[in-house]
Write a protein that binds this ligand. Structure first.
Ligand code: HSE
Length: 357
């Protein structure tokens, strides 16, 4: 049976997912999985809905050529112009892929979109940080109440399985500390500055390459990493942190002179995020640190991210991989979608219910 998807938001990441669905078509068919896009709704590009499915190639073509979904060919059954909430409530989608531009400070509109989807009996897959950072307990309870799944893998480190790997494969360990590089844009900027670029040129490149947030202040001032700390605390440590509890400093104060000084000392500047649980409570921070080249995080260059989980049974376990990017984040959505299909078919051997329910 086809698994029907409504895309809410049709920016870079959603388009990346569609490109993946095209190139992985035979793989998915061999797995017995068939995804069908029934609706796309975007605040700027408009919307189109066909309960019997839309042509993926045509969606990409009309948006690339015209910037709007209005140009999608009309045919019987097609409805255009529904806003996102109507699309979430009224379409026949099984799963809403929520990839809107969301304000990370308020988590909106993504929080309302997730809530509405769950209340309409639809699964949600999202790479948005806001809902997971700010409303994880209430939204996961709501999904559970309605018997639907919530896929959130892409909210930290894009398709690198920074949430599923510890939830599934490190299950049974208590994770008392998490440390890492959770922002690709700033790591890219620092690496480029080490190679002689100016801060402004490196930031412009990061924007051009699609790593940076819509407002890059979120990256360079450490807010993006801070929100990832809240997500990791929520999902892996069962600790609800608020932004004000995290000490935050970005990289805007780091000068080319300081980068050179670090080189002379055999060190590197990195934007390090850290959460530590102790008997006295939780300490969480994000800020630039000058670390020795012997530190494994010193070898993490460009937009790559890395995360170390300090486990009571396994000791430190480190995962390194992409933290941003069109295909990489598109992949995070694909993997959540595949897990949902498998879980619904009762053949997901490694599912951890709380990731989706
Ligand atoms: N802007 C983020 C980064 C990607 O540079 O890592 C999504 O969180």
């Amino acid at each position: 049976m086809k698994h029907k998807i409504a895309l809410i938001g049709f920016g870079t990441v959603a388009q990346g997912l569609l490109e993946i669905l095209i190139v992985k078509n035979s793989f998915l068919r061999n797995e017995g999985i068939e995804f069908e896009i029934v609706a796309v709704s975007d605040a700027l590009k408009g919307s189109v809905y066909n309960p019997n499915g839309l042509e993926i190639e045509m969606l990409l073509k009309v948006v690339r050529e015209t910037g709007k979904l209005l140009a999608y060919p009309d045919s019987p059954g097609i409805i255009k112009g529904w806003d996102s909430l109507t699309t979430i409530k009224e379409t026949n989608a099984n799963t809403v892929v929520e990839v809107t531009y969301t304000n990370v400070q308020t988590g909106q509109p993504a929080i309302d979109y997730c809530r509405t989807a769950f209340e309409s009996g639809k699964n949600v897959v999202t790479s948005n940080k806001g809902p997971v950072a700010l409303e994880y307990p209430s939204l996961s309870a709501l999904a559970e109440e309605h018997g639907v799944y919530w896929g959130i893998e892409g909210s930290v480190m894009s398709g690198t399985p920074s949430l599923r790997m510890p939830m599934v494969s490190l299950i049974g360990n208590e994770i008392r500390e998490i440390r890492g590089i959770f922002n690709g844009t700033t790591n890219y900027i620092l690496t480029q500055m080490e190679n002689g670029s100016s801060y402004d040129d490196a930031l412009a490149d990061a924007q051009q390459l699609g790593y940076a947030e819509a407002d890059p202040t979120n990256d360079v001032e450490g807010y993006d990493a801070l929100y990832k700390i809240l997500i990791l605390a929520n999902t892996l440590m069962n600790v609800q942190l608020h932004s004000e509890q995290v000490t935050r400093r970005g990289i805007t104060g780091i000068t080319s002179g300081q980068i050179e000084e670090a080189k002379i000392k055999g060190k590197k500047w990195k934007l390090i995020s850290r959460i530590t649980l102790s008997d006295d409570g939780v300490i969480a921070s994000v800020g630039p640190e000058m670390i020795p080249l012997t530190d494994p995080l010193a070898g993490v260059s460009g937009p790559t991210n890395a995360i170390t989980y300090e486990c009571d049974l396994m000791g430190p376990v480190t995962l390194m991989g992409a933290g941003a990017g069109r295909i990489e984040t598109g992949f995070s959505l694909l993997i959540d979608l595949i897990h949902i299909v498998r879980a619904q078919a009762g053949r997901n051997l490694d599912q951890k219910a709380s990731l989706f329910r």
